[in-house]
Design a protein around this ligand. Structure first.
Ligand code: SF4
Length: 422
């Protein structure tokens, strides 16, 4: 199994592997095998190119007799199946994002519904992604995800609880909640926003110590979620909420359903209701029509807001999205320069915020040993995308998946350094 793209694809690969194992198949992840299944990403240009390169690499291996069969699934396959079948015909079969039973059939396995929640984790056992919904009903102009993942479908609370209990029994301590739009949870199933209700149930699962929220959406943000984050110690004081931009004219063209004023009011409510909560966001530079003024407005805002965590990407002109009708008029080099400028500001902000942590003690979850350090994370850091805590490994042994208290004695832009204290 080869996985490309986002945490939702990681989750889907884990489900596919869980099904295959239950059918008595031998499965490995990101290693060579006789039959290769590539779970692709089709989100933006770079990701699409990486998926195509990966398909070509394994088709070459097949032509060289190194692998028997190559199957392709995931977003790129969902979005471009006819073109892929024509351009790269030597793939045994292409599958969409909602064709798991057919993929399993092609692999000589039967889809087992009773296995809901059973996955082969690809993350270290002590943390796991929990996909609470799939698809998206939002009209964001630049985004191809609804084309690849369909409309929003929430997973019933009972099924998610069952899954969380199985994970906890298997040693998972941190649950990372994911979806395309986490805050839309329940609107389809329960006709109301039910993320707070789900959280109140998940905190009751024994063994789970941290619950983390990713992919919140600003418009219609359910404020009751903030109360639950505040009152429930198991829920990390952390929220990932991609905001994409701050200029009202750009937000309007992006069809985000919000404005600069509303966005700032939402951020203020986060800080007022959950003081100290780490806010992660994602921004896009170079959207069609983005003027130098719009960009300056966003730069000033990033400096003012001082986000704890921030990622920034160049706009990608995607077919069949609403924005594809607009002229992609910001030159690539300008897009890239704007991303660099934003990340320069963010590096400074992150360094300053990290300096304030020196001398303080934090609960840290140990993820791995790397070189001369044990590496872990505070509740303010999600795996793979945020800061890490490095603890010199001399004369000490820290088991993976254990929580320890760490006193911070130094900090860089994106890492903290410290020693274990009682
Ligand atoms: S919320 Fe918007 S950006 Fe996010 S997946 Fe849905 S359409 Fe795309």
């Amino acid at each position: 199994m080869i996985t490309l793209g986002c945490s939702k694809n990681v989750y889907d690969s884990e489900v596919i592997m869980g099904q295959l194992i239950a059918n008595g198949k031998e499965v490995v992840h990101e290693e060579s095998g006789d039959i290769v299944v590539i779970n692709t990403c089709g989100f933006i240009e770079n990701a699409k190119q990486e998926s195509i390169d990966t398909i070509l690499r394994f088709v070459e291996a097949k032509e060289a007799g190194k692998v028997e069969k190559v199957f392709v699934t995931g977003c790129l396959s969902e979005r471009y199946k006819p073109e892929l079948q024509k351009e790269i015909p030597n793939v045994d079969q292409y599958f969409g994002t909602r064709e798991l039973p057919m993929l399993l059939k092609a692999l000589g396995a039967d889809y087992k519904h009773e296995l809901v929640g059973e996955r082969l984790l690809t993350t270290p056992r002590h943390y796991a992604y929990l996909k609470i919904a799939e698809g998206c009903d939002r009209p964001c102009s630049f985004c191809a995800i609804p084309l690849m993942r369909g409309n929003h479908r929430s997973t019933p609370i009972e099924e998610l609880l069952k899954e969380a209990k199985k994970l906890a029994k298997n040693g998972t301590k941190e649950l990372i909640l994911i979806a395309q739009d986490l805050t839309y949870y329940g609107l389809d199933l329960y006709k109301k926003r039910a993320l707070a209700d789900l959280l109140k149930e998940l905190v009751k699962v024994d063994g789970i110590e941290w619950i983390r929220l990713h992919y919140a959406f600003p418009t219609g943000f359910p404020q009751d979620v903030l109360e639950v984050i505040k009152s429930e110690p198991k829920i990390c004081n952390y929220i990932d909420i991609p905001l994409q931009h701050i200029s009202t004219s750009v937000l309007t063209s992006m069809r985000r359903g919000t404005t600069k004023e509303k966005t700032n009011a939402l951020l203020a409510s986060f800080r007022e209701k959950v003081p100290g909560m780490a806010i992660r966001t994602t921004l896009i530079c170079g959207y069609p029509g983005e003027t130098e003024e719009d960009f300056q407005e966003m730069k000033n805002w990033v400096a003012e807001q001082r986000f704890d965590r921030l990622g920034c990407f160049t706009y990608s002109h995607e077919e069949n999205t609403h924005a594809f009708h607009l002229e992609d008029n910001v030159p690539q080099e300008v897009k890239e320069r704007r991303v660099e400028e934003i990340m320069e500001i963010q590096s400074q902000v992150s360094w300053e915020l990290n300096q304030q942590k020196i001398g303080k003690v934090f609960k840290v979850l140990i993820d791995r040993k790397e070189g001369d350090f044990f590496v872990g994370r505070t509740e303010f850091d999600s795996p793979d995308v945020d800061n890490e805590v490095l603890i010199p490994a001399e004369n000490i042994y820290l088991p993976m998946g254990e929580f320890v208290n760490v006193k911070i004695n130094d900090a860089s832009e994106f890492d903290l350094f410290g020693e274990v204290v009682d």
